[in-house]
Design a protein around this ligand. Sequence first.
Ligand SMILES: C[S@@+](CC[C@H](N)C(=O)[O-])C[C@H]1O[C@@H](n2cnc3c(N)ncnc32)[C@H](O)[C@@H]1O
Length: 192
Amino acid sequence: MKKVRDHYFKKAKKQGFPARSVYKLKEAQEKYGFLKPGQRVMDLGAFPGSWSKYTSRVTGSKGLVVAVDIQQLDIIADNICILQKNVYDLNFSSLKEISPYFDVVLSDMAPKTTGRKDVDHFRSIALAERALVLAEDLLKPGGTLFCKVFQGEDFPLFRGKCGKSFKSVRMIKPKSSRSESVETFLLCTLKK
Ligand SMILES: C[S@@+](CC[C@H](N)C(=O)[O-])C[C@H]1O[C@@H](n2cnc3c(N)ncnc32)[C@H](O)[C@@H]1O
């Protein structure tokens, strides 16, 4: 397990990304290609900035990445707009002033883990539900939500909720996500 962590950690540093988590998004993107040049992307739980940095490279100078986290982010790129906010305090009308619509919502949000699987699971579900509400409101029809969730009792219920708003919901466990980790990702495409 340590070997895997070291490999991705070193690779991330070498490629200029602050965290190994970038490879979870990169793997999904390389397989499903949901990020495209010129898109407007909301990245929830963006600190320390790997996903935003990677996404901004894909979306390019004509695209926009809005990076949201409670923690202070200091990624510098022309096409990244940083919001230091709790997702529960995000105001829909101010978000719409930044961009009237988004093509993709990403969420790698994770609660501070307590070591109690059930507590961590329910907190992760709450964050994922918040990401879903934001995606339902901000995404244009046909848009995509790529969202991390800790698996557990309420996972099927959450997946079902995603299915009400998106035509396709796919579960993804990237190779770079540790096999013993309960985290998984939902790729929800074709927002209704
Ligand atoms: C796994 S890290 C994200 C890593 C990031 N995707 C990257 O590649 O650099 C999870 C992040 O979720 C953020 N987070 C957790 N709860 C949040 C909330 N309520 N509002 C905003 N961000 C939150 C944490 O501060 C943390 O930085």
